[in-house]
Design a protein around this ligand. Structure first.
Ligand code: GDP
Length: 310
């Protein structure tokens, strides 16, 4: 991801390096190249517009300082603005004062929610937490089984409706309701976590192939039933321009608190990743970078910006 964008920006800056003081025309030329590179990388148009306007204004008003030559100054400005559109600072998970912390996952089918549930559970377990996974995705017949498999791989118990309940013997979830009502499963799962002293509950929810009212209503109903501390919107970074509309629809329909970018290991152009935080006003909190449960990282806007400008 970002290889092409990265190459384009690096080339733009290379052209600048040969110059001394930058004229307004130099800056405009550079900003034009940056604009093209961002658009070609599928960054959303309003984000590109705001980004390039900010870069231009800052570059024009930049004082010639001793430490950086004009080209380096432009690189620094672009870096700062990239960090800004990626959300500024790393935002850690907010944990409930009184456990359990409830984390709900939302997103389209195939976005990577179930995989993410396992990744997050494994990471939290590694930090000494005692997570419980709750299988409230009853949309696809295999979703419950898939979460059970993920839970097993992570060594984390799963609260699941029958059948598909493969919770470990020391944490039997035999009181789970039958497959049917995902809102009830989510609510009972959280109650189960409280009773069994799990300090974090991760609720996996159903996605669909596209945005629709039934999906949004179900997600909103689950949100209302479990009053989560975090609602993480999982988005496949490979879906390009569609990412922005999808993210907006989920922001309106479910009102998530943070974004997880999945499939950042792919070779898509990366614009989705660069647009979603800015367009929704919600921070990117984690990145998923592969199919293994350990392919997971806390998202650092500054590191991502450096990677792009490397
Ligand atoms: P869900 O429908 O949102 O629960 O999505 P899944 O977790 O089932 O993921 C859909 C597919 O994407 C599966 O084949 C996963 O193995 C794969 N997947 C999930 N996250 C990643 C990732 O970060 N990178 C790659 N390459 N594949 C992923």
């Amino acid at each position: 991801m970002f290889n092409s964008l990265s190459d384009r920006l690096t080339q733009t800056f290379k052209n600048l390096r040969t110059r001394g003081r930058l004229s307004e025309a130099d800056i405009d030329g550079t900003v034009r190249e940056i604009r093209r590179a961002l658009l070609d990388a599928d960054v959303a148009v309003p984000v590109v517009r705001e980004f390039t306007a900010a870069v231009r204004e800052r570059a024009l008003s930049a004082e010639v300082s001793g430490a950086l030559n004009p080209a380096q100054q432009v690189v620094k400005i672009v870096n700062d603005e990239l960090v800004e559109i990626l959300g500024g600072q790393t935002r850690p998970l907010s944990l409930a004062k009184t456990p359990p912390t409830v984390i709900m996952l939302a997103g389209l089918q195939g976005a990577g929610k179930t995989t993410l549930a396992g990744k997050l559970a494994l990471a939290l377990k590694g930090q000494g937490h005692t997570p419980l996974l709750v299988a409230a995705d009853l949309q696809r017949p295999n979703a419950v089984n898939q979460l059970s498999v993920v839970g097993e791989r992570a060594g984390v118990p799963v609260y699941a409706p029958h059948p598909g309940n493969t919770s470990s013997a020391d944490d039997p979830a035999l009181d789970a309701p039958l497959i049917g009502d995902p809102v009830a499963v989510a609510r009972d799962g959280v109650a189960h976590a409280r009773a069994k002293l799990h300090d974090v509950v991760i609720v996996d929810t159903a996605g669909r192939l596209g945005i629709d009212e039934v999906l949004m209503k179900q997600a909103a109903d689950i949100r209302a039933a479990v009053t989560p501390d975090e609602v993480l919107f999982v988005i496949d970074a490979m879906i390009g321009q569609d990412a922005v509309n999808t993210a907006k629809a989920f922001a309106d329909g479910v009102d998530f608190t943070g974004v997880v970018l999945s499939k950042l290991d792919g070779d898509a152009r990366g614009g989705a990743a660069l647009s979603v935080a800015k367009v929704t006003g919600r921070p990117i909190m984690f990145a998923s970078t592969g199919e293994k449960l350990t392919d997971f990282e806390v998202f650092h806007p500054d590191r991502m910006a450096s990677r792009i400008l490397d």
